[in-house]
Ligand binder design. Structure first.
Ligand code: C2E
Ligand code: MG
Ligand code: MG
Ligand code: MG
Length: 283
């Protein structure tokens, strides 16, 4: 009698172990493991001088490299990361990766900057500033070469954002407002904020050379940014017609598929070298 009972218990335990190991982890569980195992990489999308085509820098865009080798785009995991608080650990990994990937490029060419996206949670605090400072220590990268991008969602507590971003600028970083025009903050809110640059959201670039209702807003955003003496970066530039319009309006920088898609670090380094020797005015 004992033998079949023992066999039954053993089979049950084995069954339980198999079931537990195959049970799908929750998305949050998976993300927690990804953070612990540092499964993130960064792709870099060139930012170019619209007049000359010269590469002036890049935006660091995080990707999650899953164990099966697939790359998950940030829209798939950043919202959960923000909700759960894991985003701060991801930001820290992105900072370390940028320094690791591009140290030699940034030291060799002081005119190149890398823009890092801050989550809303990190705009109203100085948390990342010592982390960046520590990452730059012993590298030769200058704080001026690290730009910080903050979306309007980070400005909910406007006083907290103001003081943290002012501190970032004191340390030498440039601060850009990202996805401008998509949030609820009005243009008038911008005045007096410690900003160096404004990134016009792709939605507004899309309207250039179409007759959609928003197309009339784009020139106002450009004029206002100029009045506030902000460097303008146009996001999501896909056509030559858009680039021509932006140059005509005096917009300095552009980023978009017309120039290049986000790419791994090694490709970005090669892209910068190629772009460097491009004859002026040539595209
Ligand atoms: P974003 O900061 O506005 O970044 C620009 C997004 O537009 C990128 O999407 C980029 O690949 C895409 N894009 C650029 N040019 C074009 C174009 O010509 N056409 C089209 N259709 N798309 C273009 P991506 O890489 O999927 O990133 C999406 C968003 O995820 C980013 O929007 C940013 O808000 C967030 N994100 C990315 N990396 C990080 C990060 O390290 N930390 C945080 N907190 N957020 C990040
Ligand atoms: Mg951005
Ligand atoms: Mg953006
Ligand atoms: Mg955007």
């Amino acid at each position: 009698l004992l033998l079949p009972l023992g066999a039954f218990i053993a089979a049950f335990i084995i069954g339980m172990v198999v079931w537990l190991s195959r049970r799908r982890l929750s998305p949050l569980g998976e993300l927690q493991i990804a953070v612990r195992k540092r499964e993130f990489i960064v792709h870099y999308q060139p930012i170019v001088d619209l007049k000359t085509g010269r590469c002036v820098g890049a935006e660091a865009l995080v990707r999650w490299k899953r164990p099966d080798g697939s790359l998950a785009r940030p829209d798939l995991f950043i919202p959960l990361a923000e909700e759960s608080g894991l985003i701060t650990a991801i930001t820290d990994q992105v900072i370390a990766l940028v320094v690791f990937d591009l140290n030699s490029l940034l030291v060799a060419d002081r005119s190149i900057h890398i823009a890092i996206n801050l989550s809303a949670a990190d705009v109203g605090t100085e948390r990342v500033l010592p982390i960046i400072a520590k990452a730059l220590q012993h590298t030769g990268i200058q704080p001026q070469q690290i730009w910080l991008e903050a979306t309007e969602r980070g400005f909910v507590d406007i006083e907290a954002a103001r003081s943290a971003l002012a501190r970032a600028r004191e340390l030498g970083h440039a601060v850009a407002i990202d996805d401008f025009g998509t949030g609820y903050s009005s243009l008038s809110h911008l005045e007096g904020l410690p900003l160096d640059a404004l990134k016009i959201d792709k939605a507004f670039i899309d309207t250039i050379s179409t007759n959609s209702a928003t197309s009339s807003v784009t020139p106002h955003i450009i004029d206002m940014a100029k009045t506030l003496k902000l460097t303008i970066v146009a996001e999501g530039v896909e056509t030559q017609a858009q680039a021509d319009y932006l140059v005509e309006r005096g917009v300095e920088y552009g980023q978009g598929w017309l120039f290049a898609k986000p790419m791994p670090a090694a490709e970005f380094i090669a892209y910068c070298r190629r772009a460097e020797i491009r004859p002026p005015g040539g595209r």
